[in-house]
Design a binder for this molecule. Sequence first.
Ligand code: FE2
Length: 435
Amino acid sequence: MIDLLLKGATLPDGRQGMDIACSGGRIAEVASGITGEAAQVVEAKGYLVSPPFIDAHFHMDATLSLGMPRLNNSGTLLEGIAVWGELKPLLTHEAVIERALRYCDLAVSQGLLAIRTHVDVCDDRLLCVEALLEVRKTVAPYIDLQIVAFPQDGFYRSPTARANLLRALDMGVDVVGGIPHGERTMADGAASLKELCEIAAARGLLVDIHCDESDDPWSRHVEALAYETQRLGLQGRVVGSHLTSMHSMDNYYASKLIGLIAESGMHATPNPLINITLQGRHDTYPKRRGMTRVPELRSAGVNVSFGHDCVMDPWYPLGQGDMLEAASMGLHVGLMTSPEAMRWAFDAVTVNPARALHLEGYGLEKGCNADFVLLQAKNPVEAIRLKANRLKVVRRGEVIAETPERVAALRLPGRPEAVNGADYAPAATSQKTRP
Ligand code: FE2
């Protein structure tokens, strides 16, 4: 018996007229012309079906706190950290949970069903850790939430961060985080990476480091992170997040560094929406873009994902949990407008972060979890262009969110009435040719 049968969809690889049959929460078959009785049938009408969006880098403890207790007036990373520091003593368990759940609701409506969030452990109460562990349990039926122990004020620079990080891991936090550029010296930053990677190796955990989120070309902790990754045999288990100093580095050094990153098997997670606004704030003109070297990392074989990082918090006043927006900004900032690179940007918010997060059962093949999103677009690039409507969001074979198909009815003077669907553009008309 089929629980849900999606009929007539286009797959991300371009195959058209495809059906997906779901049984017992898994994908039972992907083929054209699947027959058999189904409890629910969804007609895809040729639209694109994709595995769910994934956000490889987020801060759920701070989300939707914009203006609390005040706005970030300079727009810099450092003032954002200061504002967050002012809010931290005022946080309550209930308020953190309420904001996080509100964001998770938004995420589901956007087809965003897996999120790696960092949680600040530089608060001796570990209030945000307790809150997000509770949120992880609450949302488990519909969102895979991974939590990273993140010492926002510095693993060594904050006197209790080390003890708090270890306590957070003991409480069940999934991933080891760090912020080497926030330590007092380059030497302390490198030492923090050594110890954090050793903690992860000893506990069998993954690593995700805020690494060189700076415009300083001499902030070179990425090199140390790549070194520790290969030294400890953590290939494939470590993510370098942000990596913005690479934008400002000397080209020769960057060419060496990218080779070291590739050799170490590190993943990279730039956050284009955030870093295009946070970085370059000390520049006059030209202003640096503040995104790491995505095309070059790709070319070297590094697995790159785009993260959202923030939504309406001290660091970023916009956002709506739409990973297509992150993909769009990423390809713009990276000057990646070839058809191949734009298509790749869709992978950077779907299959690439699935690898970085070590998600199991992700994909649209037989046997995978029956999780997918039906988008009002004909292909991945059109989905990015339109920030396409999420017509259906399916989790374990059940529709958990839906949005009506968006159609514009045009009544223009001197023109025939028209109805336009996916791209909201005037219907194609034949080109008039001159006699
Ligand atoms: Fe971040």
